[in-house]
Each structure stands twice: as C-alpha cells, then as structure tokens.
Design a protein around this ligand. Structure first.
Ligand SMILES: [Zn+2]
Length: 311
C-alpha cells in the first residue's frame, strides 16, 4: 500500500470560505478524512490571495490566511505541523504531517522583515511570484524580467531563515537568477515538463537539469492544461509521461507530487477527488517505475528533502 505526500494544494481558500477541513465534504478536492482515506501522510497548504489587490491588501489577506490555517488545519488533532526536520521524525502512524507555505510573495513589498514575521507564524516555503509581477520579480504571465534587487535579497533572507524557495510560476529569467543566487536547494513545487506539454508554467529540460544539479524537487501538477494541450490527452497516464521524462532528463530523486488540488478547476479524466490518486502507482508501474521508485516519488523524496533542508 503506497503512501502519499504532496507539495501544493489551495484548500486553505475553501476553508476561509467556510469549508470544515476536519469533516468529509461533498465539495472540494480534499479534507482531512479524505486525505487519510487516500493514505496521505503529508500535505503542504498554500496561502494564496489575488495579487491584483495590491501589497497592503496582500499583506492583510496573507496574515488572515495564515491565522485561519493555524486555527482550522494545523491545530487539529491528528495533524502534525512540520516546522523542522525533527517534526518528521516525530510523526506517528495515522497522523497527517502538514507544511505551511505562501503562494506569491506580493505581501512583502520592500519590507523584508516580513519574511521573519511569517517564518515565526510557521511558514516554511514561499513561491516567489504567482503569474503576475511583484516586487521580487516577474511571473510567467507578466513578462520576461528576472529577479529584482529585492528578489535577490529575499532569496538570501529566505535561505538564512530556512524558508524553502519555490520557483513555480516564476518567469524563466527569474528562474536562472534564482540559480545564480541560491546557495541551498530550491524547488518547483507544482510544475510539469515543457517538452511533454509546452505550457509556460512547465519547466524546460535545462531547468529540470538545473534543479536536479541543485538537489531540488519538482512537484507533479494535475492541472489538465499543464499535462497535455488537448482534453483527450489530459489523463493520469500522460502525467506519468511527464514523470518518466523528468526522471530521464534529471533524476527520479527530484520527483514528487504537487497536485494543485483545490487550486484547479478541472482534474484529469480519471479523477474526482484526492482519493483517485490511488490510480497513479499502477500507471507508474506500467511505465517501468520500480515499487521503490514509486514510493519515492509518491512520498519518500519529498520527506527526505524536508528532512535535509528544514532546520
Ligand atoms: Zn500555483
């Protein structure tokens, strides 16, 4: 029986709108009972807001989301809040380990001390941009600019605080700026392979090689348009082709799940909610992954990375 760990979901937004994470829901892609039923041992929860509202609103909304996360997810019985490597070692069977992240650093503006504030609130990963531009750099839909001076300083400050740098959504030039600035492994928490599906949110082969060289991770995204261009091809077997490609170009050791559940409108054809992730191991086996590799991709690589990179 395979265990699962996932690097990105947007369920916190549903919880802010009133969904009870502790009970089974008919709506949304996941909640605690469904995660545990699906044999999940780890989930990262992202705080995401609409960046178009500007920095002041972004800061206020980010703090509200982080507070809701603490109250409604991370303080529940059966949830173990992962802030340090030791929290993973201390986890017990039947618990859900959970990491808190922020998707889009628009809340920072030019105030880098806010990184320390959100670190104190338990945040251990920040996705530098969403699709638009913020003070750190350009997202994939904003243009082709790289990191700003604040962006470079933010990467350094995050590394000093042991907050993981996430390059998903970042424009390609910013990606290469992170490569030159980073002294620690960084991740693309929810992005697929551009060679398999040429979507701007996916990673080109040289980016995959660089993440592999840097000892980072790539989380596989279930967003149908990131899997294939035509609806027919937006399937779990097609997602496995992304995995095989990344394993061949980089390494199987950099693969994990970053499914983007509750952040995407539609799922691949075979899926209704998180419980259908159980179909993935069989498809991976059919594609030539060994049982050991399947367990590494479905959970082991992500937990190993966090043990090595959280303080
Ligand atoms: Zn995203």
């Amino acid at each position: 029986m395979f265990k699962f760990a996932d690097f990105h979901c947007d369920t916190l937004q549903n919880i802010c709108l009133g969904q009870d994470f502790s009970s089974s829901n008919q709506t949304g892609h996941l909640d605690l009972p469904r995660l545990l039923a699906a044999n999940y041992i780890f989930q990262c929860f992202a705080a995401f807001f609409d960046p178009a509202l500007g920095q002041e609103a972004a800061l206020r909304q980010t703090l509200r989301l982080l507070n809701t996360a603490r109250e409604s997810i991370f303080s529940l019985p059966g949830v173990r809040w992962v802030k340090a490597a030791g929290d993973i070692q201390a986890a017990k069977d039947g618990e859900l380990m959970a990491l808190l992240s922020i998707e889009g650093a628009d809340f920072i503006g030019t105030d880098l001390f806010l990184l320390e504030l959100v670190h104190n609130m338990g945040v251990r990963l920040i996705t530098l941009t969403w699709n638009g531009r913020n003070s750190l750099g350009d997202g994939v839909r904003a243009g082709s600019g790289g990191l700003s001076n604040i962006g470079y300083k933010a990467v350094k400050a995050m590394e000093d605080l042991s907050i993981i740098v996430d390059v998903s959504h970042l424009a390609e030039m910013g990606f290469w700026d992170v490569c030159s600035a980073a002294n620690k492994p960084f991740v693309a928490s929810h992005s697929n392979a551009w060679t398999i599906c040429p979507h701007p949110r996916n990673l080109k082969d040289e980016q995959i090689r660089e993440i592999s060289r840097a000892g980072g991770l790539i989380g596989m995204n279930l967003c149908p348009p990131f899997i294939a261009e035509d609806r027919e091809g937006q399937s779990l077997p097609a997602l496995v082709r992304h995995m095989s490609h990344i394993a061949a170009v980089g390494s199987v050791d950099i693969l994990c799940l970053g499914a983007d559940l509750d952040g995407i409108e539609e799922l691949p054809q075979e899926m209704e909610d998180v419980r259908d992730i159980a179909k993935l191991p069989g498809l991976m086996e059919a594609a030539g992954f060994s049982p050991k590799e399947i367990q590494a991709v479905c959970a082991g690589n992500l937990l190993r990375f966090l043990q090595e990179n959280l303080e």
